[in-house]
Design a protein around this ligand. Structure first.
Ligand code: NDP
Length: 459
């Protein structure tokens, strides 16, 4: 037997202690094409099933995911370094997303439109095979935002996990089969983005791409899809603002701010990585923020008390570290274990201007900048001075101001006096270069259909 090589296999590293976890075989181009052909036949049979049968099958898949919660969570701890409590939540979220969209097959309701000389109806037709490309930061949850509504709408799915973090996705693919989903309907194809992901884009039998990842790769995918006018949903980068007005509950704003950016070690597209504070309370806010940052429990992901684990890889650790130049003004830092593992302590920076790279670029690590603003107009100007527009928070006790500012901030997901995380019942997606289209919420399954209009003459 030929031993695994770096060209045919990926070696997975546990980010907590840098030990080798296992190797995973990369899918070849020929195997991707075979999987897509297989998915085409599975999709035709799936779409022909009565809606209630598809709903039941998705509920069984959800039950299997629910029963495997601990196993999936432990895989994410080992592969991604996610704290165990967070990883259990993530596996539970996948089950919930499947259950939520299990209601969709029986609710794919078209319209009946008044016309002369007959009746006019619309049908929501499945697209066929959908290609989903997933990043490494939330491997399970982000995958489910694509595959659950896509399957519910009558499609087959081929899914490419990120090369560094394929384990939970591979297990989800197995659970789909074990729960009785037809073979070929949901296939997980680990491998390189430039091979497997790119093939989803170029293969004409993949009818839509759902991509979550960096803005640069998202642009390439969009350009690639344009050759076939292939629809895309893009969930890309973020550099979201946490806007704190002087009239807010400053204690609560400061106590919660670390968790809005350091959760998942800052590897979160929704991280509120730019804190903007009204100048009159700037110093007081920093006084309150310091103990909150130092109180974040950074440590072994397997420990239930841990709130933040390591960064995902050495490559990513080096990328985050590259933002810490000699002239970077550090206000204070939290703690992190020393020794092996890709540990990076929570870090608060005080940039001199809003043009600095730490303010404009997505660091995707546990690093936050704090800048002062003068008034409401200045807060809106600063919040919007980014190519991104994914999430953000507004802190004020003035409801009128909260509404004015949320309407003025160019972002897809905002919360007032909180840092609401993603809810599967509400739409999620970005303005500007944070993305295109929306995932989750009541309409997500519709994004995996074409609307067909049919006129039936009564003459
Ligand atoms: P990348 O864009 O590098 O990768 C994302 C996925 O795309 C991976 O599966 C990757 O495969 C694949 N890929 C890479 N190149 C290609 C290609 N040419 N064609 C097709 N697929 C390709 O991002 P990261 O995984 O590094 O994730 C970090 C970035 O993603 C951050 O900027 C972050 O903001 C963003 N992100 C956005 C989210 C959102 O919801 N808006 C959520 C999560 C992350 P491979 O693993 O082999 O490189």
């Amino acid at each position: 037997m030929t031993p695994p090589t770096e060209t045919t296999h990926t070696t997975l590293i546990n980010p907590t202690d840098e030990s080798v976890l296992r190797t995973v075989e990369r899918t070849t181009l020929a195997q991707v094409d075979d999987a897509i052909s297989h998915a085409m036949s599975a999709q035709r049979a799936w779409a022909a099933l009565p809606p209630a049968e598809r709903a039941t099958a998705i509920r069984r898949f959800a039950d299997a995911v629910g029963a495997a919660n601990e196993e999936l969570a432990q895989l994410e701890v080992a592969n991604s370094g996610h704290p165990i409590t967070q990883a259990r939540w993530e596996a539970g979220h996948v089950r919930d997303v499947l259950n939520y969209y299990a209601a969709a097959p029986e609710r794919m309701i078209g319209k009946q439109i008044p016309v002369a000389g007959g009746i006019d109806v619309t049908f929501l037709e499945p697209l066929g095979v959908v290609g989903i490309i997933v990043p490494w930061n939330f491997p399970m949850t982000i995958a489910s935002w694509g595959f659950a509504p896509a399957l519910a709408a009558g499609n087959a799915v081929v899914l490419k996990p990120a090369e560094w973090t394929p384990l939970t996705a591979i297990r989800l693919g197995e659970l789909a089969l074990e729960s009785g989903l037809p073979e070929g309907l949901f296939q997980v194809l680990p491998g390189k983005g430039s091979v497997v992901g790119d093939r989803f884009v170029t293969n004409e039998n993949v009818k839509k791409i759902v991509f979550t990842g960096s803005t640069d790769v998202g642009k390439q995918i969009m350009a690639g899809c344009s050759h076939q006018v292939k629809p895309v949903t893009l969930e890309l980068g973020g550099k979201s603002a946490n806007v704190i007005f002087a009239d807010s509950d400053l204690e609560k704003a400061a106590a919660t701010a670390p968790y809005s950016v350091f959760e998942n070690a800052g590897q979160d597209c929704c991280a509120r990585s730019r804190i903007l504070v009204e100048r009159s309370v700037f110093d007081r806010f920093l006084e309150l923020l310091e103990p909150a940052v130092k109180g974040v429990v950074v440590g072994a992901p397997s420990d239930e008390a841990t709130e933040m684990g390591p960064l995902v890889s050495k490559v990513h650790f080096d990328s985050v570290s590259s933002f810490m130049a000699d002239d970077t003004r550090v206000a204070f830092r939290g703690s992190a274990p020393s020794g092996p593992g890709f540990w990076f302590a929570p870090t608060v920076l005080l940039p001199k201007s809003s043009n600095e790279r730490v303010v404009t670029d997505e660091i995707f690590g546990p690093v936050v900048t704090v800048l002062p603003f003068e008034d409401e107009a200045d807060a809106i100007r600063l919040a919007n001075s980014s190519i991104y527009g994914l999430s953000g928070s507004i802190w004020t006790r003035d409801i009128g101001k909260a509404l004015r500012v949320t309407r003025a901030v160019e972002s897809g997901n905002l919360s007032v006096n909180s840092h609401s995380s993603v809810r599967y019942t509400t739409p999620f997606g970005g303005f500007k270069q944070s993305g295109l289209g929306r995932e989750l919420g009541p309409d997500a399954a519709t994004a995996f259909t074409e609307t067909k209009n049919v006129f039936i003459s009564t003459d």
